[in-house]
Design a protein around this ligand. Structure first.
Ligand SMILES: C[S@@+](CC[C@H](N)C(=O)[O-])C[C@H]1O[C@@H](n2cnc3c(N)ncnc32)[C@H](O)[C@@H]1O
Length: 264
């Protein structure tokens, strides 16, 4: 299966390893880990699909779990391997979320699909990646599927930071001029969705949703304020975020969301 060259070029130069290490970046990491730890039992087996440089894989392996990881981009795999400590119970394989035939059915207690769905542009491909994640997960196991949320990105990268021009996006057909719904192609790199798109994708699968979590809440939109917080204020902010990250009335303005569901 051929990798999207735009994606490979992007991750070959992007510092993915540092993405979750700033104070504002840690909000997403800490939130995801909080939910993984809620469900992971001693001796649990984890598969991370689209593992990047292994932030989650390494953190979980260092807690004593057996972790297998799959990643598309060689550059990220090299950093993943460099970050692996001796005796860590972790493996990493080059592979594609759309075809996990290297892994047999019903193996994992927790499957993390935190990244590939950011870069799949067709409903069928997204459903294929979700189908594969479900297939390799044990019955009763939990799948975490992450998405980039369009309104959070539009507010942060568009209206606030000006890194994308909302007017140009509308002109080029990447945003609907009335609803502001997003459309992407491989050259645009990131596929932006709303919760209604996720609900539509998931309606094809007989799984039970446990949580829909705004994993970074307003952390990207408020990054300067968060990075300037002292420890005590940041702890209070995290407490607020954890208390509100499943509120439907707030989740649409996050930049990332995780759909957490159980294989029946
Ligand atoms: C934003 S990073 C996320 C890394 C990590 N899972 C995390 O959440 O921090 C997305 C990762 O998914 C990988 N990826 C994208 N499409 C993929 C695919 N079809 N199969 C496997 N990995 C893929 C990218 O190369 C990148 O390393």
């Amino acid at each position: 299966m051929k990798a999207n060259p735009y994606l490979t070029d992007f991750y070959n130069q992007y510092d993915e390893d540092s993405r979750l290490t700033s104070k504002h970046g840690s909000v997403e990491f800490l939130t995801t880990m909080r939910y993984v730890e809620k469900y992971l039992k001693p001796c649990g087996r984890v598969l991370e699909i689209g593992a990047g440089t292994g932030r989650y894989s390494h953190a979980l392996a260092r807690q004593g779990y057996a972790v297998d990881a799959v990643e598309l981009v060689e550059h990220n795999i090299e950093i993943f391997r460099k970050n692996t400590l001796p005796n860590e119970n972790v493996t990493v394989l080059q592979g594609n979320a759309l075809d996990l035939s290297a892994f047999s059915d019903n193996q994992y207690d927790i499957t993390l699909l935190l990244g590939p769905l950011y870069h799949l542009y067709h409903k069928e491909d997204k459903q294929q990646a979700i189908r594969e994640a479900i297939r390799v997960t044990k019955r009763g196991g939990i799948i975490f599927a992450a998405y980039v949320i369009s309104d959070g990105c539009l507010l942060d990268e568009g209206f606030k930071r000006g890194n994308i021009s909302v007017a140009e996006y509308i002109k080029n057909g990447l945003l609907d001029s009335e609803t502001f719904a997003a459309k992407s192609e491989p050259k645009d790199l990131f596929e932006l969705v709303r919760k209604e798109d996720i609900d539509d994708l998931m309606s094809a699968f007989p799984v039970k949703r446990l949580h829909y979590v705004a994993s970074d809440g307003c952390a990207l939109l408020m990054r300067e304020a968060i990075d300037a917080m002292d420890r005590e204020t940041f702890d209070l902010y995290l407490k607020y975020h954890f208390a509100t990250c499943e509120r439907e009335d707030l989740s649409g303005v996050a930049s990332h969301a995780i759909d957490i569901f159980k294989k029946q």
